[in-house]
Design a binder for this molecule. Sequence first.
Ligand code: UDP
Length: 242
Amino acid sequence: MAERKKLYEGKAKILYATEDPAVLVTYFKDDATAFNAQKRGTIANKGCINNAVSTHLFKLLEAQGVTTHWIASPNEREMWVKPVTIVPLEVVVRNLAAGSLCRQTGLALGTPLTPPLVEFYYKNDDLGDPLLTCDRIRAVDIASDDTVTELDRMARSINQILKDFFNSCSITLVDFKLEFGTLADGTLVLADEISPDTCRLWNQEETDESRRVMDKDRFRQDLGDVESGYQQVLDRILAHTN
Ligand code: UDP
C-alpha cells in the first residue's frame, strides 16, 4: 500500500484511507488518555500490544460467527479494516461492578452482575459520553429500536465468547466497551478495538486488589507497571491460542 490519506486521528489510533476503497488502515499509537482526555501519557509499546490483542480477539469472534470490521493485521502497528459508518453509541458490558457503575450506584467493587449489564453511552466527547436510556436514544434519534435490540444481542453474545476465553487464560473479564458500525449494505459489524485500553481484566492468579489489575486502570489510577500489565494479557492470550 503506497500513498494514504489520514481520515481521522483519535486519542489512541489513526485511521488512513488506502488506494483500495474497501480497505482502511488503523494505526495503533502508544498515546494514552483517561477521564475524557484530562489525563494524558504514553504507554511504551501499547500500540503493538493493543493491535495484537485486538487481532486475536477479532479472529476468535469471527471464528464463532460474529462479523467484525477486521480484514488483516499486516504489521505490528497496523490493522486493515472494512470501512464502516460508526454507530454513535459506546456499548458497555459488565460482568462485575467496577468504575462508573460503583461510583454512580454504590455497588461494591467486584459485585457479580447476573445477567450481565449492557449499557449504552452517547459517543460524544463534547457532552462527556453520557449514559443513555432507550427513550433518550429514541429522542436524539441515534439508532432505531431494532438496531438497539441487535446491539444488545450482539454485545451479550460477544461477552459470552470473550468471558469464556479470558477465563481459560485465568483472567476475569470484568467489563468492556464495544463500538459497532454499518457496512455499505447496512450490515451491523463489530468495529474499533478490544484491548486492555477498553476492557477491565483481572489476573485470577493475584488476589491483591491493585496487583491483579492488568488493564488501563493501572494508568488511570497510577498503579505503575502499566506496560507489563498489558504485555501479560497478550502473553496469556498467545499461550491459549491454537
Ligand atoms: N471504556 C472505554 N472507553 C470509554 C469509557 C469506558 O473503553 O470512553 C471502558 C472501560 O475501560 C471499562 C468499561 O468501558 O472497561 C466501563 O467503563 P466505566 O463506565 O466504568 O467508566 P470509567 O470508570 O472507566 O470512567
